[in-house]
Design a protein around this ligand. Structure first.
Ligand SMILES: O=C(O)c1cc(=O)[nH]c(=O)n1[C@@H]1O[C@H](COP(=O)(O)O)[C@@H](O)[C@H]1O
Length: 282
């Protein structure tokens, strides 16, 4: 931790307690731009992204821009991404940059500088990362996050059906690969209060996860609600005792209500209420 920089986990816990834990994704699919009556170009991208930020950044805990949809437009798309991150953060939302980076250690350090160094143009409160070059390859990102009060979300048990062939694979020590990633995160977050800064991505679509120890003392980003078929009511069944640490993500389930700001806001509020009710019951 540098100076008085408050760790991501503490900032996230407070935001979740104050605003509820919902994360809304900024996923400007070409099909959504068309549904919103926008052109599939940089101006359309900018209008889409600004509208989502205007609609929900003052009320949800987290916004998660999907970097690929911005990178599609090259440097001008990335400029829109920079602006969206800045606007979302100034409206009080935390930003999780969904860029799913993962590389050998020496180049991972450059990715970490791009997203997790406080003075970087794309600095975000947290970054999604892939540990499938080995968890240890993420060390430069872990270190950079710690120094800058940022966090990581490590892909552990993803929402897509193809993930199982890697994540459920059993290692020589009898543990699955996914369980091993969770154990690394638990070690990273040990003794952190009120919540560690190193989260796992665990799909809300996965059903019974009782064979996994999700008690990593860190946040669990749970995509899959809405378009992928999971609902807020599934959360207690999937996450059990750690449901209070879940940050459920909805992207298309909210975004399909645009371009009307009020309709987007109402959709996000409805998911937020359903999540609150499910977590309270869990
Ligand atoms: O890391 C992620 O955010 C992620 C991990 C995962 O396992 N599954 C998953 O869907 N996501 C992302 O979460 C978002 C889900 O979008 P919707 O299906 O439209 O709600 C997309 O941006 C995905 O890239």
């Amino acid at each position: 931790m540098t100076g008085t920089t408050e760790p991501f986990g503490a900032r996230l816990r407070r935001a979740m307690d104050e605003r509820g834990p919902l994360c809304v994704g900024i996923d400007p699919h070409a099909s959504l731009l068309a549904e919103w009556g926008l052109d599939d170009d940089v101006a359309g991208l900018e209008r889409f992204s600004r509208t989502v930020v205007e609609a929900v950044a003052d009320r949800v805990a987290v916004l998660k821009p999907q970097s690929a949809f911005f990178e599609r437009f090259g440097s001008r798309g990335v400029a829109v991404l920079e602006k969206s991150v800045e606007e979302a953060r100034s409206a009080g939302a935390l930003v999780v940059m969904d860029a799913k980076r993962g590389d050998i250690g020496s180049t991972m350090a450059a990715y970490a500088e791009s997203f997790l160094r406080k003075d970087a143009p794309l600095f975000s409160d947290a970054l999604t990362v892939s540990p499938y070059l080995g968890y240890g390859s993420l060390k430069p990102a872990v270190d950079m996050a710690r120094e800058n009060g940022a966090g990581l979300f490590v892909l552990a048990l993803t929402s897509n059906p193809e993930g199982g062939e890697v994540q459920h694979a059993v290692r020589a020590d009898g543990r699955t690969v996914g369980a091993t990633m969770l154990a690394h995160l638990a070690a990273e977050n040990a003794r952190e209060e009120p919540l560690g800064s190193f989260g796992a991505v665990v799909g809300a679509t996965l059903g019974d996860l009782s064979s996994y120890d999700l008690g990593i003392n860190g946040p669990l980003l749970a995509p899959g609600i809405g378009a992928q078929g999971a609902t807020p009511a599934d959360l207690p069944r999937v996450f059990g005792a750690v449901v209070r640490n879940v940050v459920p993500n909805v992207s298309r389930g909210v975004l399909r209500h645009g371009p009307d700001v009020l309709a987007l806001r109402t959709a996000a509020d409805r998911f937020a209420d359903e999540v609150r009710t499910a977590v309270a019951a869990g």
